[in-house]
Write a protein that binds this ligand. Structure first.
Ligand SMILES: *Cc1c(COP(=O)(O)O)cnc(C)c1O
Length: 237
């Protein structure tokens, strides 16, 4: 994909985000865009950065590490880990990511806490919630989240900063509005837990980010709408 296309696509996403924000009385500037670069090759990435998007997301540790190294020296880039994280990969990505969106199980909380404590700096995380209860998706069930956050917030190596969800794939994004709404309401109910904030709601992807913005998302994870369809389609989540 040519440079002009990527910057045009990013502009288009920004316009849609702004329009959706204004419709519901929000400020577009409070909504962050994470460009999901999975299966996008390194030579294209500086174009994203040139278009003003500095938050990049990967769902595989090896890919993140490879691209992190390749982009060293290309200015400020903030990497987000957005996929299912194996415990044995925690150590390798810890010093490379600004935020892990996908804390989805207790064993991972323990390992993140352990490695971050060793490293001497807490790791910022979002708790992934499987709002629709899909068997194929990772994430806690809605009713498990409160107890999980209460306990994880006590871990010195973890800094819980909000919630993340991957909505079901549907043909009409309106169908997933209730999913986003439930995540926002859940975050509101969890406000005030000591040691945790609910600053970020990471929800909305290429298909459904407009609805997500209307429902309160402030971190969008967008791949296809920026890069087009890629050869290898990873499973979401
Ligand atoms: C791939 C992926 C995205 C981006 O999906 P698009 O539909 O390409 O925008 C967002 N979040 C997660 C967790 C993903 O794996």
């Amino acid at each position: 994909m040519a440079e002009v296309d990527i910057s045009r696509k990013i502009e288009e996403v920004r316009r849609n985000v702004a329009a959706a924000a204004y419709r519901v009385g929000r400020e577009p500037s409070e909504i962050g865009i994470v460009a999901v670069t999975k299966s996008v090759e390194v030579p294209l990435l500086p174009q994203v950065i040139a278009a003003g998007v500095r938050d990049l997301g990967e769902n595989r540790a090896q890919e993140l590490i490879r691209k992190y190294r390749a982009l060293t020296g290309h200015g400020e880039v903030a990497w987000h880990f957005i996929g299912h994280l194996q415990r044995n990969k925690v150590r390798a990505i810890l010093d490379k990511v600004i935020l892990v969106h996908s804390l989805d199980r207790w064993a991972l909380a323990i390992e993140l806490d352990r490695q971050a404590s060793r490293w001497g700096k807490p790791v910022r995380v979002l708790v992934q919630v499987n709002v629709a209860g899909e068997p194929t998706k990772f994430g806690l069930r809605v009713e498990e989240v409160r107890d999980f956050v209460l306990e994880a917030a006590k871990m010195p190596g973890l800094r819980i900063e909000g919630l993340m969800t991957v909505a079901p794939q549907v043909s009409d994004p309106e169908e997933v509005r209730p999913v986003f709404r439930r995540l926002r309401e859940l975050a509101a109910r969890l406000a005030g837990i000591p040691g945790a904030t609910m600053r970020y709601l990471s929800m909305g992807m290429s298909q459904d980010y407009v609805v997500a913005v209307e429902e309160g998302a402030n971190l969008l994870r967008i791949g296809t709408a920026i890069f087009g369809r890629r050869g290898r389609e990873d499973l979401h989540g």
